[in-house]
Write a protein that binds this ligand. Structure first.
Ligand SMILES: C[S@@+](CC[C@H](N)C(=O)[O-])C[C@H]1O[C@@H](n2cnc3c(N)ncnc32)[C@H](O)[C@@H]1O
Length: 224
């Protein structure tokens, strides 16, 4: 996918109320793989957040928050939340998802140049984004997010491996319309990208072992 397709298929794609409504339906109402995978992601994020042990004085950033898929999970914790996304249409559906009193507000923001102060958050959570964007945007986003967090980052990525490539071929054979994460990356590339930003990998967790290429990472800033 050339760079400009990122603009069309990710950055602008969700700025449409029909697309936003369809996204929410697929992830919350229908019996879909996306819904199952999202439920697993949420459990994984909760487990990683428990490791961070963030107190009520901390604020975490949920970006891109989309339709608020993560709100229910975040409501289990004492910290406060800021939710951000480039799409107002997606955020409009997220407004009632977050726990009242916990959510400090919604901000329309581009993840590659977010309008927040350095070290403003105890943790930044990024789901469903890194596997959709080309390497340059992914690197730019990670750099920007690293600046925002005082300590932790939780991100989802899609890993490329021989087993996953074999699975893709099989699925494509059965269903030619199936759409895969356009930008999976090899484990070594992922390590390199993360270390380049001065981050340490505290935990890597598969979302659905064997069946999905998606992994959750808990990263921590290494003090300089
Ligand atoms: C696949 S959805 C994931 C949303 C949510 N994290 C989830 O797991 O349901 C991708 C989201 O990224 C947002 N997005 C795309 N490009 C963005 C950018 N440059 N900055 C911020 N958000 C962006 C879209 O508006 C959309 O809400």
């Amino acid at each position: 996918m050339p760079e400009s397709d990122y603009e069309r298929q990710t950055r602008r794609a969700y700025r449409d109320r029909y697309k936003a409504a369809e996204y929410r339906r697929q992830h919350t109402d229908q019996l879909t793989w996306a819904r199952f995978a999202t439920a697993r992601e949420k459990r994984g994020v909760a487990a990683l957040l428990r490791l961070c042990d963030l107190g009520p004085q901390e604020i975490i950033l949920d970006i891109p928050c989309g339709t608020g898929v993560l709100a229910e999970t975040l409501a289990e914790f004492p910290f406060r939340v800021v939710a951000a996304d480039i799409s107002r249409e997606m955020m409009r559906l997220a407004v009632y998802a977050y726990k009242k009193g916990q959510c400090r507000g919604f901000v329309q923001a581009d993840i590659t140049c977010p309008p927040f102060k350095n070290d403003a958050y105890g943790c930044v959570v990024v789901l469903g984004f890194m596997h959709r964007v080309p390497p340059l945007i992914r690197a730019e986003s990670l750099r920007a997010l690293c600046r925002l967090t005082e300590r932790f980052l939780i991100l989802s990525y899609s890993l490329d491996s021989p087993a996953q490539r074999f699975k893709r071929r099989m699925v494509r054979f059965a269903n030619q319309c199936h759409r895969f994460a356009p930008y999976p990356l090899k484990r070594e590339e992922l390590r390199r990208e993360v270390h380049r930003e001065g981050l340490a990998i505290r935990k890597i967790m598969p979302v659905v072992p064997m069946l999905s290429s998606e992994v959750l990472l808990l990263l921590e800033k290494i003090p300089s």
